[in-house]
Design a protein around this ligand. Structure first.
Ligand code: 1HE
Length: 267
């Protein structure tokens, strides 16, 4: 089995701190972190290893002022791909993003600047998205004579609804600020998206890994099931998670009143 140290990364970097928080950086700022085929292969390698490497949460961030400009349009242009070539490009994107969404390790995306096209497909595969005031979301595929190929028809349509997604693709409409939050494009709008992403990652990392595995894998799977099957799968997952040894001390602490209670936000 490969380990984090064995990964051969060029367009991304991955580090792991003492608390088990991994930092995954897109480091192609000169190209606004556009996703070439090699970057997507690196994401596949990373998210193949992460679930079994003791990683408790991942902060996905980017170098430069833009999170991700989507598909590498220059590579796509110069490669002059045939339909079957691009189909395989898209299948690799799906492999990377599915591993991310279904891998069972919380991924928190720290967004800034452009989160567009395939960049939004990448961001929407994260479990939590944190935006700052520079962040903007768009699907410029229509303008480029393209169509989404990295899962936007599933994930972005889920977030904003089919009609809004169609409008974004037809007209190049940009969402940002509170409006983007209200639509669900990100769950947080803050001054410093990276600082907040680490804060959220640390909170998630304090949960038992098996609980996080269920939260960051089972819910996505259940969305793909009929209500009957999802209810059945939920019972099976809860059977395993809710009887895990790691929950015993937490339940005991609640029972003896030493555990923190759930209270409303202050102010
Ligand atoms: C790129 C890309 C890219 C920048 N592919 N090279 N995505 C888009 O339609 C978005 C295209 N990009 C932009 O609209 C802008 O570049 C940004 C708003 C992201 C940033 O603007 P700016 O003024 O900071 O940078 P720039 O001058 O436009 O670009 C700087 C460099 O990054 C330049 O390269 P250089 O070698 O001339 O310095 C650009 O060519 C390069 N660059 N974006 C390749 N996307 C699976 S299907 C998914 C379909 C899609 O994703 S469609 C949406 C594609």
């Amino acid at each position: 089995m490969k380990h984090l140290d064995d990964l051969n990364l060029t367009f991304t970097t991955l580090t792991l701190d003492d608390e088990g928080i991994a930092t995954l950086s897109l480091n192609r700022a000169d190209k606004r972190n556009a996703l070439n085929a090699d970057t997507v292969d690196e994401l596949i390698d990373i998210f193949t290893v992460v679930p079994r490497a003791g990683v408790r949460a991942v902060v996905l961030r980017a170098e430069g002022t833009h999170f991700c400009a989507g598909l590498d349009l220059v590579e796509h242009h110069t490669e002059d791909r045939r339909p079957e070539d691009f189909m395989h490009v898209c299948l690799r994107w799906h492999e990377a993003f599915n591993k991310m969404e279904y891998g069972g390790v919380p991924v928190i995306a720290a967004l800034k600047g452009a989160v567009v096209g395939g960049g939004l497909e990448l961001a929407s595969s994260a479990h939590i998205r944190v935006a700052d005031h520079s962040t903007y979301f768009a699907l410029p595929e229509g303008q480029r004579g393209l169509f989404t190929g990295g899962g936007a028809t599933i994930r972005v349509a889920d977030l904003v609804g089919k009609d809004r997604m169609i409008d974004m693709m037809l007209t190049g409409r940009v969402y940002q600020g509170e409006e983007a939050i209200a639509l669900g494009l990100a769950q947080y709008l803050v001054e410093d998206s990276e600082a907040k992403a680490y804060e959220l990652a640390r909170a998630a990392a304090s949960n038992p890994p098996l609980s996080n595995f269920a939260i960051c894998s089972a819910i996505s799977h259940m969305q793909n099931m009929s209500a009957m099957d999802a209810a059945y799968a939920e019972a099976v997952v809860a059977g395993i998670v809710n009887t895990q040894p790691a929950s015993r001390a937490r339940l005991a602490a609640f029972a003896d009143k030493s555990a923190a209670r759930v209270r409303p936000n202050e102010g």
